[in-house]
Every structure is written in structure tokens, then in C-alpha cells.
Design a protein. Structure first.
Length: 220
């Protein structure tokens, strides 16, 4: 069981705004998060650079694998899946980034994807809009999308739930404009994120990276 309730924040895809807009908020709040990096997009326009990732890593943020090109993994052959997962990890590690855990693109995985992921990563995150309790399925970690400010009350209920049940909530965000939510601005997402963080901190719930959470659970 968890000794205390935990929240982790993951920012998918590695958009540069995570560094320019999200990092200052986390600095003020004295917390850190996780960034899922698509290795082929590192140093590309609108995405984070190697130096930005290294700076955040040195501050305690976790850099996670998010494949090489962000495909639907279940549409690929075994060889192609292995290439996406292995090459992404080695490419990021060649940039001195420490890669321990994975985020499945589009939450798309099956038994073969899980099996290959186990060869290279300590855990893998999916969606599913649920909190995590024991027993943990390390290659199907649940996460909760917080892109839409209209879902704030639901998000805060998840915080209440992990406080009451001593669980682990992984909240994730895409810090970009979205066709799915065309009226939501980046400032809307920032305001929503601040509201969530403030509520978590009023509940005295720890905010940790996925790597630190797993280290704490398994005493490694």
C-alpha cells in the first residue's frame, strides 16, 4: 500500500511552452513534474530543446520516453514497436537524458507492446481516467487528462479520493492548442493547472515524479 497520497503531473509530447510557461509556475510552487518527449521532435520548432530538458532534469524533473515518432503502436509490427521504444530511449540517453519510464502515444497498447516495453522501461502510462491503487500494474498505469478546465470539479474529486483512500493520481496535460477543445486557450490551461495545484497543496498531498514515486513504493 501507499504510505501517503501522491500526485504526479505529466506533460505529454514536450512542447516548448512547458519550459517557458509551466516551469515558472512549478518553480514558484517548489514542485517538479514529468515531460514525455518524442525523441524525433527534440530540438524542433515549438518543441523543447536538449538544453531545456537537461536544465529541468537537473532541477529534479523527470524526462520520460514517448517513442521516436509518436505512432499508434498497436498498428506496428513487432520489429517496428521495438525500434520505436528502443531507439527513442537510446536517442534521448545519448543527449544525457535519463529515461526510466514510458508514456504510450494515444494510450494505444496491447500485450505485445507491453512485453516489449518491459525490456526497456520500468513502467508505462496509459489513460483510463482512474487513480492508481495496489496492486499496481506497472505497464498500465492509469492517468487522468486535465486539458479541459470544465472538468475542474471532477479533477478535484480525484484529489479528494486519493486523500481519502491513500492512492496515486497521475494527471496529464497537452500544453498546446487543441482541435478537440477549440475554445480553450493556453492561459485557460494554465489557470486550470494552478487551481489543481493549489487544491492539492491545501490537502498536503505530495507531488512527485513517476520515477520518485516508484522508488518510494519499492524502496529502490
Amino acid at each position: 500500500m501507499f504510505k501517503s497520497s501522491i500526485v504526479s503531473f505529466v506533460f505529454d509530447d514536450g512542447y516548448e511552452g512547458i519550459y517557458t510557461d509551466i516551469k515558472p509556475i512549478f518553480d514558484i510552487k517548489n514542485i517538479v513534474g514529468c515531460i514525455a518527449i518524442i525523441s524525433d521532435y527534440l530540438n524542433s520548432p515549438t518543441y523543447m530543446s536538449r538544453s531545456q530538458c537537461l536544465e529541468l532534469q537537473n532541477k529534479g524533473w523527470e524526462i520520460m520516453g514517448h517513442t521516436k515518432t509518436h505512432p499508434h503502436l498497436t498498428t506496428l509490427t513487432k520489429k517496428e514497436i521495438k525500434y520505436e521504444l528502443q531507439k527513442s530511449k537510446t536517442d534521448l540517453e545519448e543527449n544525457n537524458l535519463i529515461i526510466t519510464n514510458l508514456v504510450y502515444p494515444y494510450h494505444d497498447y496491447n500485450k505485445m507492446v507491453r512485453k516489449i516495453a518491459k525490456d526497456y522501461y520500468c513502467s508505462a502510462r496509459r489513460g483510463y481516467t482512474k487513480i492508481n491503487n495496489f496492486p499496481l500494474d506497472l505497464y498500465s498505469l492509469n492517468s487522468i487528462l486535465i486539458d479541459n478546465p470544465k472538468d475542474l470539479s471532477r479533477t478535484l474529486k480525484f484529489v479528494d479520493t486519493i486523500k481519502d483512500t491513500v492512492g496515486w493520481a497521475i494527471f496529464y496535460m497537452h500544453y498546446c492548442l487543441s482541435e478537440e477543445f477549440p475554445t480553450i486557450t493556453l492561459q485557460d490551461k494554465i489557470n486550470n493547472l494552478i487551481n489543481v495545484i493549489n487544491y492539492i497543496q491545501t490537502k498536503n498531498i505530495q507531488i512527485l515524479t513517476i520515477k520518485k514515486t516508484l522508488e518510494r513504493i519499492f524502496n529502490v
